[in-house]
Write a protein that binds this ligand. Structure first.
Ligand SMILES: C[S@@+](CC[C@H](N)C(=O)[O-])C[C@H]1O[C@@H](n2cnc3c(N)ncnc32)[C@H](O)[C@@H]1O
Length: 221
């Protein structure tokens, strides 16, 4: 059984990644056309005012790449994961990959988190359209609150893809629930060098690999 490569999910993902290309193009163009100083200012806003920063991006998908999505599905399947948490759901493209993996594993649940209500609604619609709503829950609100309660005691996999400045806080919130051997995939973690240094230092309890330019993958020891 493979939900990722068959209908309804496969054509839905093709459509959503294409829609994301169109919706996110103006932001990408603006970023590419801006001066290094303007780019620094934007990154600084992301660090100091993440609510304001993501408020401006409420119409943007900002999804994981199709390759990272496929990697998420593969990791869920390979580890026979049952319990997954996601920081930063947006329109739910990563959530769809994670939930599909759980379904194909025979069951489980991904707990997503998103503070933009419009995005929460769209993510839930997408999960319903894919027939995956039984395998995912999207918690509305700031993940610092929504992921601070009712988390399964043994997490198999964590995706970090919300505000990069919060990666250390979200990891420490969930650290005790990660089972030994649990995997953490952090997207665009290069935007938080302090966080990268932390997870790459084995004395902090992780074994980490810079998987690609965008992805840091690490395991709880
Ligand atoms: C890069 S996008 C996530 C993309 C998503 N993982 C996907 O592949 O489709 C980051 C999302 O995280 C949300 N976000 C950022 N910080 C958050 C927080 N503290 N709590 C909840 N959501 C947050 C933003 O609103 C944004 O939609």
């Amino acid at each position: 059984m493979n939900s990722l490569l068959t209908a309804p999910l496969a054509p839905l993902l093709t459509r959503l990644f294409a829609a994301a290309e169109t919706a996110d193009a103006p932001l990408r163009r603006q970023f590419a056309d801006s001066s290094p100083e303007e780019r620094d200012a934007l990154m600084q806003q992301a660090r100091t005012d993440y609510l304001g920063f993501y408020g401006l991006a409420r119409e943007m998908y900002l999804p994981v790449s199709p390759e990272t999505g496929r990697l998420l599905y593969l990791l869920v399947r390979a580890t026979r994961a049952r319990s997954v948490v996601e920081f930063g759901t947006s329109f739910g493209l990563s959530t769809l990959h994670l939930a599909a993996g759980l379904k194909d594993n025979g069951g489980g649940r991904v707990i997503g988190s998103e503070f933009e209500p419009g995005k929460v609604a769209r993510a839930r619609d997408n999960l319903r359209a894919a027939g995956l709503e039984a395998f995912a829950e999207v918690r509305e609100g700031d993940a610092l609150q929504t992921l601070a309660r009712d988390i399964p005691s043994s997490l198999d996999l964590l995706l970090l893809d919300g505000a990069k400045v919060l990666y250390p806080k979200v990891l420490s919130l969930l650290e005790a629930s990660l089972r030994p051997g649990a995997l953490v995939l952090a997207d665009n973690a290069d935007q938080n060098p302090t966080f990268l240094a932390y997870v790459r230092a084995p004395e902090n309890g992780y074994l980490s690999v810079p998987f690609s330019d965008e992805v840091e993958l690490f395991m709880k020891l």
